[in-house]
Design a protein around this ligand. Structure first.
Ligand SMILES: Cc1cc2nc3c(=O)[nH]c(=O)nc-3n(C[C@H](O)[C@H](O)[C@H](O)COP(=O)(O)OP(=O)(O)OC[C@H]3O[C@@H](n4cnc5c(N)ncnc54)[C@H](O)[C@@H]3O)c2cc1C
Length: 263
């Protein structure tokens, strides 16, 4: 079985995040990392590959130069190889541009053997739209099973469990298919020393748009179908009250809550 797992390089959520003049996240200069929610997708891919045997897991990203780190992390966890689509023309890509590049890369990966399953995380912690999985499934003309809390492959089909409010659904689709995985699906493995050393030797193929047959005008700011019309940083909270404990903090906290009818 060949599994492509989409991983995104995102600014570290612990670090300060800034918006540029264009309203987009400033992505250079800060530390980046593998989107934490994509670790669940990588873990699911590895578990499915181990269960099926004779499988390959390819970690795929579309992103700037540092995005290789996200792929490397997936390789440390156990993915077999990585692919990064890297091209200056991608700057300013909205979800359509990102999907165009990812879909073209999936087709390229399928050129040397069909891709059975495309896995994604449930959301990227910077954009947080959860748009990409459905858009990528549409672009690749694959059935999509989103927000899987459990995923299994059997007899040429993928089956997922999805948790709803007060109910749980089981859905199935024939392979090839696309599945997005939630953080309830598993506990991602932590790369061990052996995995970290092995990842150094695993290949990451860097592809430009021309290598995957994408017209630069279809992606980036040029091809974006959405436009950021305005953005502003959230104003600091003015109603913040800091209570320093001098032995009466508990009483003052209770008083504060009671005055506002919060208790
Ligand atoms: C006008 C506009 C301009 C933008 N300009 C830029 C820009 O210059 N640079 C930039 O980085 N972003 C830019 N973005 C944001 C970018 O379009 C989104 O990050 C992208 O569409 C994915 O959406 P999301 O982050 O909400 O991911 P979600 O839909 O929340 O992600 C779900 C899952 O999809 C997968 N995924 C998401 N993105 C990627 C990726 N790039 N590679 C591999 N897998 C992925 C992951 O598995 C993730 O868990 C721009 C957006 C807009 C609207």
């Amino acid at each position: 079985m060949k599994i492509v797992v989409c991983v995104k390089f995102v600014p570290d959520i612990q670090a300060d995040r800034r918006l540029g003049q264009d309203g987009r996240v400033v992505r250079d200069g800060g530390d980046g990392t593998l989107n934490e929610l994509d670790e669940n997708a990588v873990e699911a891919a590895l578990a499915l590959a181990e269960a099926a045997g004779d499988s390959e897991v390819v970690a795929l990203t579309v992103g700037p130069a540092g995005a290789e780190d996200a792929v490397r992390r997936a390789l440390q966890m156990g993915a077999d190889r990585g692919v990064q689509v890297l091209d200056d023309a991608l700057a300013g890509s909205d979800v359509f541009g990102t999907v165009t590049a990812l879909a073209a890369a999936v087709r390229r990966i399928a050129a040397d053997g069909p891709v059975d399953l495309v896995l994604t995380g449930m959301a990227a912690l910077d954009g947080l739209t959860s748009l990409l999985p459905a858009a990528l499934a549409a672009e690749l003309d694959l059935p999509q099973l989103t927000l899987a809390a459990e995923v299994a492959v059997e007899d040429g089909a993928v089956r997922i469990r999805r948790e709803l409010d007060g109910a749980s659904e089981t859905l199935a689709a024939p392979l090839p298919a696309l599945v997005s995985v939630t953080d309830q699906a598993n506990a991602p493995r932590y790369p061990n020393f052996k995995g970290i050393m092995a990842a150094r030797k695993k290949p990451i193929q860097v592809l430009a748009l021309a290598d995957v047959g994408v017209d630069p005008a279809a992606v980036g700011a040029a091809g974006a179908r959405t436009r950021i019309v305005g953005s502003s940083p959230r104003p600091p909270r003015e109603d913040r009250v800091l209570i320093t404990d001098d032995g009466t903090a508990g009483t003052r906290l209770a008083q504060y809550l009671a005055e506002r009818k919060l208790v």
